[in-house]
Design a protein around this ligand. Structure first.
Ligand code: KIV
Length: 289
């Protein structure tokens, strides 16, 4: 039997240190607005479970996104469409159990917010009440402004998501760059304005030309968080499994891989299997007398 790992909870009132070892306060909507105002870049990363939420928080990430990308990188679906509210509740609960200083944003999965503002609000409320999310993220532009407004009016911070919106993959005809050409660029700009006016406190821009992301970032009062949207956004987000080298099925051009944990894990597992087969494990030091 695998021994149970004992991870001591932080002492009451104690803050986990960031990468520099300094203690930092809880990130809120106001913190992110302030960071934009002062030109400080926002670092957001996805997290889907307790151990990686802890690690990303200790590394100093400002925002942990429980993305519906979990459908692909954790649950093995072909896209994000099969992800349900039950999946999101389960994984958001695991992330918030890490009690991060980073803000926890939960994605609202496909068909949990498109039908009506009432349904959107009820489902957003469940992510906050049952899973401890501190904000929710919705994909889409002006068409979902009534849903954003209903959720924001109830006191739940809402993050928008424009450009390549993976829940619309069939309508978009694949995972392609969005906002190219004058009409598409103008549409994205007016969608960003509509989301801000409806109450979004930040907007993810995915797979859009850097020049367009720069323009949107310059005129918008709330932070933009880019993924494949160039360096002029107020912040950046990457999928955890992409940046750690844990998801090899499909690596978009915009991903920077900071580690190859997939290879490291495979090597470690091979060594374990070899040790078991050869009788090298367990040794005396792993054995009770
Ligand atoms: O689901 C997700 O991980 C996301 C990010 C790619 C922004 O929406």
């Amino acid at each position: 039997m695998t021994p149970k790992l004992k991870i001591p909870p932080p002492a009451t009132g104690a803050l986990p240190p960031d990468a520099q070892g300094a203690r930092r306060p809880k990130t809120t909507r106001a913190t992110l607005l302030d960071m934009k105002k002062h030109g400080e870049k926002i670092a957001m990363v996805t997290a889907y479970d307790f151990p990686f939420a802890r690690l990303a928080d200790q590394a100093g990430a400002d925002v942990l996104l429980v993305g519906d990308s979990l459908g692909m990188v954790v649950l093995g679906f072909d896209n994000t469409l099969p992800v349900t509210l039950a999946h999101m509740l389960h994984h958001t609960q695991a992330v918030t159990r890490a009690r991060p200083q980073a803000m926890v944003v939960a994605d609202m999965p496909f068909m949990t917010y498109q039908v009506s503002p009432e349904e959107a609000l009820r489902n957003a409320g469940r992510l906050v009440q049952e899973a401890g999310a501190e904000a929710v993220k919705l994909e889409g532009g002006a068409a979902i402004a009534p849903m954003v407004a209903a959720i924001a009016r109830a006191g739940i911070p809402v993050m928008g998501h424009l450009g390549l919106t993976p829940q619309s993959v069939h309508q978009l005809g694949g995972y392609r760059v969005q906002g190219r050409g004058a009409d598409a660029a103008a549409r994205l700009q007016s969608d960003a304005r509509a989301l801000k006016d409806a109450g979004c406190f930040a907007i993810v821009l995915e797979a859009v030309p850097a020049a367009l992301a720069r323009e949107v970032t310059a005129v918008l009062e709330v932070p933009t968080i880019g993924i494949g949207a160039g360096k002029f956004c107020d912040g950046q987000v990457l999928v955890l499994h992409d940046l750690l080298g844990l998801f090899a099925e499909f690596v978009p051009r915009f991903v920077k891989q900071y580690a190859d944990l997939g290879a490291a894990a495979r090597t470690a597992l091979q060594a374990y299997v070899t040790d078991v087969r050869s009788g090298r494990f367990p040794g005396d030091e792993h054995t009770y007398s």
